[in-house]
Design a protein around this ligand. Structure first.
Ligand code: NAD
Ligand code: IPM
Ligand code: MN
Length: 352
């Protein structure tokens, strides 16, 4: 039996409700495929911030640097300003552990009604590769003349050649491994005059190394429209940190609900642990009711198994999700059902 040490960070809100279901399903698949987990649970959260003034202890990241993975729920709660909670926990993990790829699949499952009429499952099945370490998410800038009529706020965007090239490389390699071999770049080089023309140049230069990949690019504004009107056009979509963030809520919404969307914050070189978390947040509007959809968390667990080198175990989880949805098994309200979080988690564990 192979044992993996995983840091578990339920975090805030529905994170605390969906993480146990993720663990339930990982345990079920582990029993079947002879994989064991040592769960190292952390209370890093807004609650902790209120008690101690920090989202996580000062030496927190040192303590999990050698772990095999990080399984996170969601971070953020209305009692703590979002920039404090997120820059105190989620973003430092992504950066310290050089998780520069945020991989987010988008797929319409059989048995799920897309809000876009007449879309069949094969029509929506693509991957978003989001740059996860730099770009529009930067701490550079500042606020001058605060509170006066002359107030000025400046936010710098940071795009480094290394940072852009490494995420593009990942996206090209991913496109290369897929049957359609098609890569789309999200840009805005008509309006963002320094960084986006640079992004386009890097993209065009790298495309030369991949002659059999079909490439195209769209400005982010029309790209959001194409996600709704032509989701079948996409195979792999690569974007900067902010563009990737926006596209990765839109894509899953087009497949019915963001409640099923998973993500992998990857350190492709495996120098550090990677982190697996659903795309959604802590959902304060439904937290505490036990009705959150756990599929995004559970599918994130499948992505973790894939990364750890267990593609068959990962596949078993995705197959269970496919069956549950196709066979009209229990589903939560965001998918038109009445089941609660635990019922969906248990049904998936049983299918495994
Ligand atoms: P959200 O994703 O938490 O919620 C948006 C809407 O989607 C809400 O109506 C919510 O009820 C619904 N929803 C989300 N997940 C669901 C699920 N699993 N099942 C059913 N419905 C679901 O986004 P928000 O409201 O913008 O953010 C709330 C908090 O979460 C904020 O503090 C935000 O910063 C944080 N956040 C954290 C992460 C993360 O940890 N990675 C991601 C996004 C938002
Ligand atoms: C996500 C979230 C985070 C992000 C927020 C909460 C900082 O929206 O993981 O998509 O923008 O990266
Ligand atoms: Mn987001």
């Amino acid at each position: 039996t192979k044992t993996y040490k995983i840091a578990v960070i339920p975090g805030d809100g529905i994170g605390k409700e969906v993480v146990p279901e993720g663990i339930r399903v990982l345990e079920a698949v582990g029993a079947k495929f002879d994989i064991a987990f040592q769960w190292d649970e952390k209370d890093w959260s807004c609650e902790r911030w209120q008690a101690t003034g920090r989202m996580m202890p000062e030496d927190a990241l040192e303590g999990i640097r050698g772990h095999d993975g990080i399984f996170l729920g969601a971070v953020g709660w209305p009692t703590v300003p979002d920039h404090v909670s997120l820059w105190g926990l989620l973003i430092p993990i992504r950066r310290e552990f050089r998780q520069y790829v945020n991989l987010r699949p988008v797929r319409l499952f059989e048995g799920v009604r897309s809000p876009l009429a007449d879309r069949a499952p094969g029509d929506i099945d693509f991957m978003i590769v989001r740059e996860n370490n730099e770009g529009e998410y930067s701490e550079m800038g500042g606020r001058l003349n605060k509170g006066t009529p002359d107030e000025v706020v400046i936010q710098e965007n940071i795009f480094t050649r290394k940072g852009v090239d490494r995420v593009l490389r990942y996206a090209f390699d991913l496109a290369q491994s897929r049957p359609k071999k098609h890569l789309t770049s999200a840009t805005k080089s008509n309006g963002i005059i320094h960084t986006m023309p640079f992004w386009d140049e890097c993209f065009a230069a790298m495309a030369k190394d991949y002659p059999d990949i079909r490439t195209d690019q769209f400005h982010i504004d029309i790209l959001t429209a194409h996600f709704v009107q032509h989701p079948d056009w996409f195979d792999v979509v690569v974007g900067s940190n902010l563009f990737g963030d926006i596209l990765s809520d839109l894509g899953p919404a087009v497949t019915g609900t963001i409640g099923i969307a998973p993500s992998a914050n990857l350190n492709p070189e495996r120098e550090f642990p990677s982190m697996f978390e659903p795309v959604h947040g802590s959902a304060p509007d439904i937290a505490g009711q036990g009705i959150a959809n756990p599929i995004g968390q559970i599918w994130s667990g499948a992505m973790m198994l894939d990364h750890l080198g267990h593609p068959e175990a990962a596949r078993a989880i995705v197959a269970a999700i496919e069956r549950l949805l196709a066979e009209k098994g229990p589903r939560t309200r965001d998918m038109g059902g009445t089941a609660d979080t635990v019922a969906v988690g248990k049904a998936l564990a049983d299918l495994i």
